[in-house]
Design a protein around this ligand. Sequence first.
Ligand code: SAH
Length: 354
Amino acid sequence: MSPLREVITARIGAEGPMPLSEYMALCLMHPEHGYYTTRDPLGAKGDFTTAPEISQMFGELIGLTLAQAWLDQGAPKPFTLAELGPGRGTLMADILRATRAVPGFHAALSVHLVETSATLRDVQAETLAHWNVTWHEGVEDLPDAPLFLVANEFFDALPVRQVERAEAEMWRERSVGLQEGALTLGLSEASPLPALDHRLEDSRPGDVVEFSPPAQAVAASIGAKIKARGGAAVIVDYGDWRSLGDTFQALQAHEPVNPFTDPGMADLTAHVDFEALALAAPCAHSRLTPQGVFLERLGITQRAQALAKGMSGEALTQHTAAHRRLTHPQEMGTLFKAMALYPEGAAPPPGFEA
Ligand code: SAH
């Protein structure tokens, strides 16, 4: 039995079934045996690949939209350039390289990363060796300054609660229990859940609804900073404005696996409900925009052509495939969405519409 399975089995034995959100949090972030605690999961040899690992163009264009938002808001200094869940640090490195020529941007910024995994902090420190970087456990610890922030595939890693609609405006929560030694999903007694009153209208008995209290808390915190001090947050993830149904999934070596077989060994995610983030943030939000549309508006095709001029053979083939993978509707172009948070009264960052 894997060490984390032992921990979880013992806890359920002592305390009874745990909500799915608690199971997800333990699997991903247990301080000794959690998935992110024990490995660098990114890339071809890992379990999944993200947009910044596919092409430098992704980070370059995000850097330019953040820098333009900073200019549009009067180039405040000093300011915080932050990333949530920076993985290998590739996205931040691309942002910093692409913004070198923006007058005053580098002189005014300090780099802040929110990352709980010590393993990935080490990788980020190496990637960003030439930069003065400060790490934080949570967004509450970000400095009190204008905040320009990016979060790519961060919110999908935050624990979700799953509830099933019952009769009479009630809900049953899905929790992880034990049946003959195996981890299995069960349902709690039906009870009202005022936080989901707005989902009574679009759900029927038997439907599964997900919500992530930690994701809403993060959006509330960064939205409050942007409201008070100015700034912008670019959030990219897979999901929709509002999702209905079970989107909880486990990925290992780029293949879906059963999330309850080997806790701590697979990446666990759920689709992001952008509406919940927009509602939680006390500032303006842009329209939800498909990633492909967002990157096209920022000029990814021109950038791809410029980079292609210096390439040939295998490098050119890979570069062309990467452009397609980031933008094509059958690849990441529509499954992934982007949304910006920004101050009321300010213009949305380039690539977004109010
Ligand atoms: N943004 C990167 C990596 C995405 S993987 C990229 O696009 O390549 C998810 C990242 O979020 C990892 O760095 C993981 O360690 C981090 N993470 C997950 N849950 C977190 C939490 N609760 N607090 C801070 N970081 C978290």
